[in-house]
Design a protein around this ligand. Sequence first.
Ligand code: SAM
Length: 291
Amino acid sequence: MDSVATPGKTLALVREKGLVPRKSRGQNFLVDLNIVRKIVRAAGLGPDDTVVEIGPGLGALTQELAEQAGLVIAIEIDRDLISALKETLKDKANVRLVAGDALKVDFDELVAGFKGDGGGRLPTYKLVANLPYYITTPILMHLLTGKFQITELVLMVQAEVGYRMLALPGSKDYGSLSIVVQYYTIPAVILKVPRNVFYPRPEVDSLVVKLTRRAEPAVQAGDEDFFFRVVRAAFNHRRKTLLNALGSLGLERPLLLKAMAVAGVEPRRRGETLTIEEFANLSKALQQQME
Ligand code: SAM
């Protein structure tokens, strides 16, 4: 079948199937084949690649992914879209459609279910998605902290969220999301996408980002859960000094001061000025003081 990524094809399919795009599911379908191709090109797919797609919608990206990759596994939560997807993907023998909630999926298990478990060495794969905006952050957290065998993620997100992923210390966009993303991956901007290439049109512009998974995290942070608690505490109270913001961890002030001295971090600084390395040093120093 021809690409569904045109306004005419998408509208015709929506009408034919009696669909009503659901805002509550973040359903904004891509209707520009040029943009679709740029997203797929960014994933650098070849016939040996397996790619997982979250939220195929009507199949705009899926059709193109199937042209480039060896195997495409697409997870869609909305069962009402499955009949439309079966139509747009009917001549794509290398696509596997899965009905389910991406937030609850163990992606490694899903891929192993189709590819086998590689005799204990789980297969690696890429992930491509035009993410539903209402759950971008939880999906991202699941994908990154889940420690799956994903080598690269090409994601379309709300522009504002994309800038937060890439932000550096001292900028207004720098926060917990920047640290999580940069701890696990190397992020890069692929392209800006205006709101008028979607049906229905969303209220904001988008950004396509590519996240290349690091073989090892960017820094050695010791206990990761504690490291991320320190980061969240620092950014939950952005206006406070680090010393006051970290008070919410329930640690004694002298202990905080000692750890800051060990880590070489001035107590009057604000969390938003700390590099990822400084957060890691501080977190490790706090862990030592607590032993
Ligand atoms: N990929 C299509 C495109 O680019 O035209 C649709 C993208 S649309 C922004 C997001 C899609 O994700 C919708 O089809 C929506 O139903 C689906 N979705 C929403 N929440 C989901 C979830 N938790 N798990 C899997 N899919 C989900």
